[in-house]
Design a protein around this ligand. Sequence first.
Ligand code: G3I
Length: 368
Amino acid sequence: MIAAAMTSAVAAGWTPALADDKPFDNKLPGLHARARAKGLFFGSALSSVALSNDNDLLARLLAECGMLVSEDAFKWDAIRFDQTKFDFSRADALMGFALLHQLPVRGHTLVWHEANPAWLEPALTSKTASEKLLTDHIRAVAGRYAGRLAQWDVVNEAILGDDKKPQALRNTLWLRALGPAYIDIAFHATAEADPRALRVINEYGIEYGIDWQVRKRNQLLDLCADLVARKVPIQAVGIQAHLDAGEVNLDQTGLARFIADVASLGLKVVITEFDVRDQRLPASIPARDTAIAAHARAWLDAVLPNPAVLGVLSWGLSDRGTWLNSYFPRADGLPQRPSPLDADLNRKKLWGAMAAAFDAAPPRIAKS
Ligand code: G3I
């Protein structure tokens, strides 16, 4: 019903054109409503801090999103303060909010080389000990939310990229402890603990047609082909999509081909951490917003047509609190504008570009 209404409304032309510098009207249907009209979803990340104290942002999340992911709550350093205890308070808080508002949640992440507690690596004293630590963690965490999570980023950022070896796995604590088999172990343990969550391998630095990213795409495809051939229960590739509006080599054709290559392995695609950094752009806000919106639209137009693509989550709905200001600060010190809403929660040109990209996406044909 909603999908039909949305589709007819789109046909009636309410797709927002890129306005001038005025924010888009908050009464226009939100990003998830538009995505859902095409069989896609839109969601966003939020931090545990924002969940606990930013009610204005939470209200906007409910208006725009159909899925949530936590920036921090499901990571080892949030749950495993020591080796014997699990602290699920942050993760449970998000799950409680999502349950109250009937929103699906994606888990992020079970295996990563960052956000690990200091006790972890020293505890990886043997293959047996390491495999037990990893499988016990996954069984406890994925098992706790079994049946209640839409997706898991099972393994995050496994590929190094600037290495020349075929699969070029990043030299992480888990690779040193278990070898490449850590990936198999993680996916099998997750499938056993929560068979219903979509199992994703999540990666960045595969978004553009620049040499090291094309090499990383090929390494990821080699890895996924090997995992699929060995019946490791991987189901999807997560493309983080931390975009850079200053990057000129967008290569839509190559990007669409990469998505098709992933799909040819029988895998789905999720855009998991979408934002658009602007530290290479001039200070002018109207100029930045226009460039960011155009860049995002061009990137999404190359991605959304493939039916293997399930949806898009932004890494933060609003510019307030974006990780980019600390990780990739602008030389002039100005706050960046990477998200669909500005720091005052107004819909920006980027919001309009994402809305238009969802409106222009071909509808997914529901399987009969
Ligand atoms: O909330 C706690 C606070 O209670 C505590 O007092 C404080 C001091 O330790 O830490 C706070 O948690 C911080 C958390 O962000 C809050 O959101 C962690 O220290 C901090 O390390 C954490 O940073 C996150 C980072 O990943 C590392 O986990 C960023 O928010 C998050 O945006 C970033 O996200 C990553 C993805 O997971 C993977 N892809 C790249 C992306 C950006 O780096």
